[in-house]
Ligand binder design. Structure first.
Ligand SMILES: Cc1cc2nc3c(=O)[nH]c(=O)nc-3n(C[C@H](O)[C@H](O)[C@H](O)COP(=O)(O)OP(=O)(O)OC[C@H]3O[C@@H](n4cnc5c(N)ncnc54)[C@H](O)[C@@H]3O)c2cc1C
Length: 461
């Protein structure tokens, strides 16, 4: 091993990937993780054989390098193939998502279908003849893409519920990447091909394997070790943990939220940089694992619930993700209910008992309110980096400040760069950060910066 001594903050996909990359280049980093587990947002908490995937993590990528890491960590028999099936629950109908033209014209009634088609035609005409504002608001983008009628039915309520903001106040850059256009042709063929891989015990299985590979290679991985301050000096960095212990290194790879990183820097960055960091907001997520005694044959992995009648925003049907997320004997229904909230919201403040009452009310409203056998709460305070209108400028300011004043401090990953990343993006930014550490010409900030929808050309495992 070399005499380099990098420090990694966070044992999520980005931090663990940075660790693996460093080890493969003969460098043993020290890794500090705030929580008691590895995997970050892609962890899989397990109690008595019940596993909760906080997000429903689909594994897909366009990068061979990412695929190689996944394959090297888990043998083929530890992956299951999952057919992607999602729906939106609207007025009691499960409308397949990505939206399919044929369903839109028939499923919500003939009049609604016709009205939707007219509104779409009108929106497309307007889009062709009008100059678009940059950046475009989510609402304008949605109406242009789906027409007002279908936008209002499927996206407005959902976005309000999940982003906790008015669609007019959100930019559309993430939407271009994340929301699929309506499919008008070859729908059955396309659906049949939409199969992805998933670790049989949930995403955390992969990241636990990554952590084991690191410790086998002599990497010190400390759990329950939040980094509370980072001090730069002539010899490199000293990070301080919550318990007062310190560690020193020649570089820091950080996947802690960018805002918190700036707050933790010593000496304090200038006022305008702290103000830019303070403007970066997150949404929190509470995922509630629920086991119901009755078997409900729900033919979807995800169901989006945009309606105001329930507080839940999306439901995972774990039974369809992997049967191994439930104990072997289980024959009922195992769901994951996702509640999106702010860290000062009433849901975030709710204790388990109050949260259980909200969940039970939602299940009743959804018509599946039979005996709840098991309930488990998984809270993620930094689940989504919010894309407000100032995000790009704030991030650019901080990035430039770090580049010029702290070149050996390397932000990476979803919250680390305040970027709406999937696991593979978080991994690629970690790989790029390590490449730069070795003087290579890589720019981790360019990962996941394409504006168009990202799933064409996906590689299969
Ligand atoms: C609802 C939802 C659904 C998702 N679905 C998918 C999907 O289908 N497919 C997909 O690929 N991705 C999906 N993702 C995204 C995926 O979870 C993230 O891209 C990925 O986990 C990001 O990895 P990361 O290491 O950058 O960040 P994180 O996973 O957030 O890990 C960061 C780690 O740093 C730790 N940390 C923070 N602060 C400190 C500190 N001060 N000191 C020490 N440690 C610290 C945290 O505890 C955490 O463990 C989803 C995410 C959500 C929320």
């Amino acid at each position: 091993m070399s005499n380099r001594s990098p420090i990694i903050i966070g044992a999520g996909p980005a931090g663990l990937t940075a660790g693996l990359e460093l080890v493969s280049r003969g460098v043993a980093p020290r890794l500090f993780e705030a929580s008691g587990h590895v995997g970050g947002l892609a962890r899989t908490p397990c109690v008595d054989g019940w596993r909760v995937d906080p997000g429903g993590h689909r594994f897909f990528t366009r990068s061979e390098a990412v695929l190689d890491v996944w394959r090297s960590l888990l043998p083929a028999d530890q992956w299951v193939a999952v057919a992607r099936r999602s729906a939106m629950l609207v007025d009691g109908h499960h409308v397949r998502y990505p939206l399919i033209g044929r369903d839109l014209l028939t499923q919500l009634g003939f009049r609604s279908g016709l009205y939707g088609l007219g509104a779409l035609g009108w929106a497309r005409l307007r889009r062709r003849t009008r100059r678009r504002a940059a950046p475009e608001s989510f609402r304008d983008w949605g109406i242009g893409e789906f027409g007002r009628h279908w936008y209002e039915i499927f996206f407005e309520g959902y976005v309000r519920k999940t982003w906790l903001a008015e669609p007019d106040d959100l930019t559309s850059d993430w939407a271009n990447q994340r929301i699929r256009p309506i499919r008008w042709r070859d729908t059955d063929g396309a659906a049949a091909r939409d199969v992805f891989r998933y670790p049989r015990l949930g995403p955390g299985q992969l990241w636990e394997a990554a952590a084991a590979a690191l410790t086998d290679n002599g990497v010190a991985l400390s759990l329950n070790s939040p980094v509370v301050s980072l001090r730069s000096g002539s010899g490199g960095w000293t990070v301080e943990l919550e318990n007062g212990q310190t560690a020193s290194g020649d570089a820091v790879f950080s996947s802690m939220p960018l805002r918190v990183l700036v707050e933790a820097l010593e000496p304090e960055p200038p006022e305008h940089i702290r103000a830019a960091a303070a403007a970066l907001k997150h949404r929190a997520l509470i995922t509630v694992g629920v086991a119901l005694a009755t078997r409900h044959e729900l033919p979807f992995n995800w169901v989006y619930t945009p309606g105001r009648d329930v507080r839940v925003g999306r439901i995972q049907n774990y039974t369809r993700w992997s049967p191994h997320l439930s104990p072997a004997h289980w024959r009922g229904t195992h769901l994951g209910l996702e509640y999106f909230t702010n860290s000062d919201g009433d849901l975030w403040a709710a204790d388990d008992e109050s949260m259980a009452r909200i969940v039970e009310a939602d299940l009743r409203a959804l018509g599946i309110g039979d005996a709840v056998e098991r309930i488990m709460f998984v809270r993620s305070p930094f689940a989504y980096p919010v894309y407000g209108p100032d995000r790009m400028d704030s991030v650019a300011l901080i990035r430039e400040y770090l580049r010029t004043h702290h070149p050996s401090l390397r932000p990476m990953g979803r919250n680390g760069m305040h970027h709406y990343d999937n696991q593979d993006h978080a991994m690629l930014s970690a790989m790029g950060s390590v490449a730069r550490y070795f003087g290579e010409d890589a720019d981790p900030w360019r990962v996941n910066s394409e504006l168009r929808y990202q799933e064409s050309g996906l590689l299969k495992m």
